[in-house]
Write a protein that binds this ligand. Structure first.
Ligand SMILES: Cc1cc2nc3c(=O)[nH]c(=O)nc-3n(C[C@H](O)[C@H](O)[C@H](O)COP(=O)(O)OP(=O)(O)OC[C@H]3O[C@@H](n4cnc5c(N)ncnc54)[C@H](O)[C@@H]3O)c2cc1C
Length: 479
């Protein structure tokens, strides 16, 4: 079969590309490997409840993205009061940090230790700054570094902070200092973003938006296939000539004038026939991802805690964050007598967490929830596990070099564009995925200045600002 545009992946970038094609009279076919629309921003339905993969706040500085969200969701977007705190060694720390509360939580000995370790770091800094640990502890002292940076960063990325490069910290949290954080916590010089007390959210979770876009694509003449995975891309003379799709157990060949891919770059490179040179294969294999597990617990209680989510920095717990979906939108919970908690575990396929059975994970999450004092273990009615592969593109010491090799090779295929989070190995938000997709379609339509790789949303400015807004620099926390 033959189509105008074949779009691989039904997440925010793929569906935005399809929508954009239709706005310009090109008929797309979107294929999605799973059963659901929305990619990482899907909403999983479970026993009348709705589960968000990580908690998706809707924030953008881009007018076009904003316009699309309005158009697609309008009255179904709700404004949610924001509250999140950090748990560390038996104490909850407000976000943004409050100086008096922080010192109280530290206690006299801890507060003195924090000050002395800060002074020591300023007087005798580690030199040269090689690792993330050197960089942050030089600026905050060991005590604050350990409480607010070390354990959480290590949970997210799965490697010791001594193995994360200092320039990564410099790039992501530059401009942050203890002085600024203290002023911020005293409200003397509040960072504008830290004053954001609400965020927007589709009342039925982020998938509500993407399911709606998928329906709209079909209603306007586009095609949308679920359970359809691109397994081979055949190419000749600098063009992709045919894509083989495994559709509900059958292999279907599709020819297209243009192809937009949002699949992980490593998978794309391995699916090309003939195969790219060894150097390109190796580079793409070295583009790594971190995976993610969400253990959802349905708990017999209505008001467990006031936060939308909690950060669990304490290394004693394996859980990294706890979402309280009722506090995102009451409609996420199917039973008014229950609350649903998303216990989030950062992991890598094949590691000890990933290898646990669902029953073991539900048991672990229940124990940790109870030990954190959030609810009694016997209040858990039941649980469910979601395994999200390729959640976080890893920015390790060689990723930029590997990405450049892969990009150079893909540029030789003139009717193929790669966009989105895994499609560009980019640690992004939905708005970046959408804008990269729009740019790819504009380029396809003949605008030589449109370039998905030039889209820069500063991760929406949002999380970066959050990072800088207090000592609560939850590096890599979300998305
Ligand atoms: C924990 C977490 C929290 C986040 N929080 C936020 C937030 O608060 N706000 C925000 O805006 N963003 C957030 N994000 C980021 C957001 O989820 C992503 O930016 C967005 O989902 C990326 O969309 P995408 O379409 O580029 O990729 P994806 O969402 O990864 O979608 C790609 C799709 O392609 C499909 N696919 C892959 N391979 C194939 C194949 N071979 N054939 C067919 N289909 C295929 C996949 O099944 C998937 O559905 C968060 C992300 C995470 C992990």
């Amino acid at each position: 079969m033959k189509v105008d545009v074949l779009i691989i992946g039904g997440g925010p970038s793929g569906l935005t590309a399809a929508d954009e094609c239709l706005r310009h009279g090109r008929l797309p076919l979107v294929i999605e490997a799973s059963l659901e629309w929305g990619g990482i921003a899907r909403t999983v339905k479970w026993q009348g409840h709705r589960v968000d993969i990580g908690g998706h706040r809707f924030f953008t500085k881009d007018e076009t993205v904003e316009k699309r969200w309005q158009e697609w969701l309008a009255a179904d977007m709700i404004e949610v009061p924001r509250l999140s705190r950090i748990f560390y060694q038996g104490h909850f720390y407000s976000y943004p940090l409050k100086l008096v509360e922080t010192l109280k939580n530290f206690g006299l000995v801890g507060s003195v230790r924090a000050m002395l370790s800060y002074l020591r770091a300023r007087l005798v800094p580690v030199h040269p700054e090689v690792s993330f640990e050197d960089w942050v502890s030089n600026r905050f002292g060991w005590h604050l570094y350990r409480t607010f940076f070390k354990s959480y960063t290590e949970k997210v990325w799965g490697i010791p902070c001594t193995e994360i490069r200092a320039d990564w910290a410099a790039q992501r949290i530059h401009g942050l200092s203890l002085g600024a954080a203290v002023l911020n916590s005293l409200s003397l010089k509040r960072n504008v973003r830290s004053l954001i007390k609400t965020f927007r959210y589709p009342r039925l979770g982020p998938g509500m938006m993407w399911e709606r876009v998928a329906r709209s694509v079909t209603s306007r003449g586009g095609q949308t296939w679920t359970q359809s995975e691109a397994i081979e891309l055949h190419h000749a003379h600098g063009k992709v000539t045919e894509v083989l799709i495994l559709k509900e157990g059958q292999t279907v060949g599709v020819e297209a004038d243009e192809i937009v891919s949002t699949m992980p770059l490593g998978h794309l490179i391995r699916a090309l026939r003939p195969q790219p040179p060894e150097e390109v294969l190796t580079a793409s294999n070295n583009l790594k991802h971190r995976d993610f597990l969400i253990v959802t617990l349905a708990v017999r209680a209505q008001n467990l805690f006031p936060d939308n989510w909690l950060y669990i920095h304490d290394p004693q717990y394996k859980v990294g964050r706890v979402q309280n979906f009722r506090n995102w939108s009451a409609e996420m919970v199917g039973d008014p007598e229950l609350s649903t908690l998303g216990m989030e575990y950062f992991c890598s396929r094949g590691d000890s967490l990933w290898e646990m059975t669902d029953e073991e994970l539900i048991r672990l999450a229940t124990e940790e929830m109870a030990s954190l004092g959030l609810a009694a273990a016997d209040a858990v009615k039941n649980g469910m596990v979601i395994r999200q592969l390729n959640a976080y593109p890893v920015y390790d010491s060689t990723y930029a070099e590997n990405l450049a090799i892969v990009r150079r090779y893909l540029e030789t295929l003139t009717n193929l564009a790669t966009v989105g989070r895994s499609g560009m190995h980019r640690y992004n938000n939905q708005d970046h995925s959408m804008l990269s997709a729009m740019a790819a379609v504009q380029r396809m339509l003949g605008d030589p200045n449109a370039d998905p790789w030039a889209v820069n949303t500063e991760r929406s400015g949002h999380e970066e600002q959050v990072l800088k807004s207090s000592v609560n620099t939850i590096v890599g926390a979300s998305p």
